[in-house]
Design a binder for this molecule. Structure first.
Ligand code: 8X3
Length: 256
C-alpha cells in the first residue's frame, strides 16, 4: 500500500521513536501531522521531515494528557488535514524505577495520564472519523514491558499492559469496518527513555544500555511503516521486537 499523500498523525513526535517514525513516513511521501509538547524540538523534526520528502507538515503543540486540548486540536484541524489516514499513538514515558510500595504517586499519575489516558483521548478523538470515512489505521506503541512485568516497574508495565488490552479491544470494536489496528512492542531502544525515567540522571540512564546493542528508534519506525504498508486486507495485530541481546523484559546478554 502506498503512503504517498496519506495523512499520518504522530503523537510524541519531537524525539525518539516518534521523531524517527515521522521521518520514516516522510521518506514514503506521507503528509505529517506532528504533535508534541516541545514546540522547538518539534519544529526541527518538521523541517527535517520536509527535507526527507514529506509534501506537507502541520505541527500541533499538544499535551495528550489534556482531554479538552486533544479534542479541540482534532476538531479545529484545517480541512486539508482533517482526514487522518494513520494515527501513531506514540506519546508515552516512564518515570521512576521504584518498589511499588515506595513509588512516587506523581510519577504514577504522569505515566497513567500519558500512556493510558492520553492514548485513549487521542484514539477517541480520531477514530470516529476513520470509521465514517471507511479508511484508517491506528498504530499503538506497546512494549515488552506490557508482556512481562519487571521489578520496580509495576506501574510503567501496567500502563503498557493496558495499551495491549486497548489495542486488542479497539481491533474488536472496529471489526466490520476497514480500519486496522496494530501494536508495535519494542524492548530496549536507545532514546531519552531512561533519561526521562531517571529525571535527567545521565549516569544512571547510560547504565541501562551498557553492554547491549540496543534497538535504534529507526528500527522501530521501520516496523511501524512496514505495518502501514501491508495491503489493505492485511492487519498486523502485534509485533514484539527486541535487540538480539534481549530475550524479554527481564533477560539480557550484556557484553563484558
Ligand atoms: C521500554 C522497554 O524494558 O525499558 O518500553 O521498559 S523497558
Amino acid at each position: 500500500m502506498s503512503l504517498k499523500g496519506k495523512i499520518v498523525f504522530v503523537t510524541g513526535a519531537s524525539a525518539g521513536i516518534g521523531a524517527a517514525t515521522a521521518l520514516a513516513f516522510a521518506d514514503q511521501g506521507a503528509k505529517l501531522l506532528l504533535a508534541a509538547r516541545r514546540a522547538g524540538r518539534l519544529a526541527e523534526v518538521a523541517s527535517k521531515a520536509k527535507e526527507r520528502g514529506a509534501p506537507a507538515v502541520h505541527s500541533i503543540d499538544l499535551d495528550v494528557r489534556d482531554r479538552r486540548a486533544v479534542q479541540n486540536a482534532i476538531d479545529s484541524l484545517p480541512a486539508e488535514w482533517a482526514e487522518i489516514d494513520i494515527l501513531v499513538n506514540n506519546a508515552g514515558l516512564s518515570r521512576g524505577l521504584d518498589k511499588l510500595y515506595m513509588g512516587k504517586i506523581e510519577d504514577w499519575e504522569e505515566m497513567i495520564d500519558t500512556n493510558v489516558k492520553g492514548l485513549l483521548y487521542v484514539t477517541r478523538a480520531v477514530v470516529p472519523g476513520m470509521v465514517v470515512r471507511s479508511r484508517g489505521h491506528v498504530i499503538n506503541l506497546g512494549s515488552t514491558a506490557g508482556e512481562l512485568t519487571y521489578p520496580n516497574g509495576a506501574v510503567y508495565c501496567a500502563s503498557k499492559a493496558a495499551e495491549r488490552s486497548i489495542n486488542d479491544g479497539l481491533r474488536q470494536d472496529v471489526l466490520g469496518t476497514p480500519v486496522r489496528v496494530t501494536s508495535v512492542d519494542p524492548g530496549m531502544v536507545e532514546t531519552d527513555f531512561s533519561l526521562v525515567r531517571f529525571h535527567g540522571d545521565t549516569e544512571r540512564a547510560s547504565k541501562v544500555y551498557k553492554g547491549v546493542k540496543a534497538l535504534r528508534p529507526e528500527d522501530v519506525a521501520d516496523v511501524i511503516v512496514w505495518a502501514a504498508m501491508r495491503p489493505a486486507h492485511v492487519n498486523i495485530a502485534r509485533v514484539l521486537m527486541t535487540p538480539v541481546q534481549q530475550a524479554n523484559s527481564l533477560l539480557f546478554h550484556r557484553d563484558e
